[in-house]
Design a binder for this molecule. Structure first.
Ligand SMILES: [Zn+2]
Ligand SMILES: [Zn+2]
Length: 520
């Protein structure tokens, strides 16, 4: 059905897959529920009394020294404040205090500037000036939290700039890829830093940038709605949110999650091309050319999108994806620019198939192998029950071999994926990748070799074991110190037999790296 045409004639239209509908009854029910519930509850609008309430909630967290939650509430306060109201300046000023407490002084100064620009009340100004003076004093004293920047330990690979040049991707005749080390690599060296190709924030809108998912930074509210924040002018200008701003697809949270992701994927794709015809040519070429899985490069948006389309999708999900096409198709055509771009029957039929194609790639049913392939990850909250917060898709993970005994860990932060060596890797060896956390198998605890006893009595291991709960803090010095201990442990025992202690240290290492990545 997918990408089938009505006839073999050169100018034949793609078949109308929306007419055929889904065949799965359960999914039909979901669709019905979706239609019934859509837009019953409108999106929350800007409202100063809600803004004040959110600021108060933030103050309660602040009093409990829970800076990240306080910050999220101040962010929500910013989102709800009407444009030009003093609530904006008050929320920025309070958020500056959180940054001050977290020793993120540059961000504190930036928020103080934001508060002033937003018209901070003159009668309170001495308080704000005092905060700035304190911040400058701390900076002078040199206790600044070292703001981490995830970067490769080597020059970037020319074809795959998100990967280090000490790695090479090899492809066999069946299209299976392996990434291989071209040089010896040490534990702790960063081999991959990849920004997500598609990122979607579903809820907790005060926690992250709506476009790139950056958190713990100087987020600015969208002027047009109460559910989006941006980390930078660049993200603020992104056309993706411009299209979405003020729109809501559905009240049903799970269906809404799925719709939001599919709509954003399609919007991102449309945004790469200037006409529907250009897009159609590009996609037809990509779909037809099944000869190679490995892209020539991943250096620009078109080649990234080509790689995204080529990633294998789960055959079992093809039939069940029909149900998603209609609401996405309707929602997308409501956007004037897209309605105009896809104004012919030919292009609209093409759009139906494109949406179905994206649905396959984005599938993350538990049965579906494409979870790893598309690199979709649901933030910190893995289960549906605990409310998925965001999803992000990387491309590079597809080309690595996966292993339960990895030599590289992929750590997914906010909108970014970082690959770091966790065992010494020799030139010519394949890179074996895994996400954190690694599974702690009961059998791993059962080996009682002398070697394992050696680890248990090693002071470095004992230190890590006793101090690993620092991952709950934001004290960068402590985190870096434990990370260094983890590196020296893994350099020593990384080639050791696979046992519970090695897995434990790798998980701590990954978790602490994630804390650092998310605070950059
Ligand atoms: Zn951003
Ligand atoms: Zn908006």
């Amino acid at each position: 059905m997918l990408w089938q045409k009505e006839s073999k004639k050169g100018n034949a239209l793609y078949v109308d897959i929306m007419k055929s509908g889904g065949t799965d009854f359960e999914l039909q029910d979901i669709l019905k529920e979706l239609i019934l519930s859509t837009n019953k509850n409108p999106l929350p609008k800007k409202c100063d009394s809600v803004s004040v309430q959110k600021r108060k909630e933030g103050n309660e967290y602040y009093a409990k020294q829970d800076w990240p939650n306080a910050m999220e509430k101040y962010n929500e306060s910013l989102c709800f404040a009407t444009v030009g109201s003093k609530n904006i300046s008050l929320a920025y000023a309070n958020r500056a205090s959180c940054f001050l407490q977290m020793k993120m002084y540059k961000k504190c100064l930036k928020d103080i500037e934001f508060a002033k620009e937003a018209g901070y009340p003159a009668n309170l100004m001495t308080k704000l000036d005092q905060r700035k003076a304190n911040c400058l004093q701390y900076m002078n004293d040199g206790v600044q939290c070292n703001e981490f920047e995830a970067k490769l330990s080597f020059d970037p690979n020319q074809k795959f700039p998100c990967m280090a040049n000490v790695l090479d991707v090899e492809e066999d005749i069946n299209g299976n890829t392996t990434v291989v080390a071209k040089e010896d690599i040490m534990v702790g060296q960063v081999l991959v830093v990849e920004r997500s190709f598609i990122s979607v924030l579903f809820n907790r809108f005060g926690s992250k940038c709506n476009i790139c998912l950056k958190s713990l930074t100087n987020l600015m509210p969208c002027d047009g709605c109460a559910v989006a924040m941006f980390c930078s002018v660049e993200c603020q200008k992104s056309v993706i949110h411009k299209y979405e701003c003020g729109s809501k697809w559905c009240d049903h949270p799970l269906v809404n999650i799925s719709l939001t992701r599919e709509i954003r994927t399609t919007l991102s794709a449309i945004n790469i091309f200037s006409t529907a015809g250009e897009m159609m040519d590009f996609i037809e070429q990509t779909i037809q050319d099944k000869s190679k899985k490995l892209p020539e490069n991943l250096a620009d948006n078109k080649s990234k999108y080509r790689a995204y389309l080529r990633q294998q999708s789960c055959v079992d999900c093809i039939k069940s994806s029909d149900y998603q096409i209609n609401p996405i198709y309707d929602a997308i055509l409501k956007i004037p620019k897209i309605n105009e771009m896809f104004n012919s029957k030919k292009h609209r039929r093409f759009l139906m198939h494109l949406i179905a194609q994206h649905g396959l790639l984005g599938c993350h049913e538990p049965c579906c192998n494409s979870i790893n392939q598309t690199g979709i990850v649901e933030g910190d909250e893995i289960s549906m029950k605990s409310q998925i917060n965001n999803a992000q898709s990387g491309l590079m993970a597809t080309y690595f071999k996966h292993s339960t005994k990895p030599n590289m860990l992929s750590i997914r932060g906010d909108g970014i994926s970082v690959g770091v060596a966790v065992r010494p890797i020799k030139k010519g060896e394949p890179i074996l990748n895994s996400c954190i956390p690694l599974r702690m198998d009961a059998s791993l605890r059962q080996t009682s070799s002398a070697k394992r006893q050696q680890i248990l009595s090693d002071p470095v291991y004992r230190y890590i074991y006793a101090n690993h709960s620092y991952k709950q803090t934001f004290e960068d010095d402590k985190i870096r110190y434990i990370l260094d201990k983890c590196i020296s442990f893994l350099r020593k025992y990384g080639q050791f037999e696979w046992c519970a202690e090695v897995v434990f240290v790798m998980n701590i290492y990954g978790e602490l790296m994630r804390v650092r990545i998310n605070s950059q």
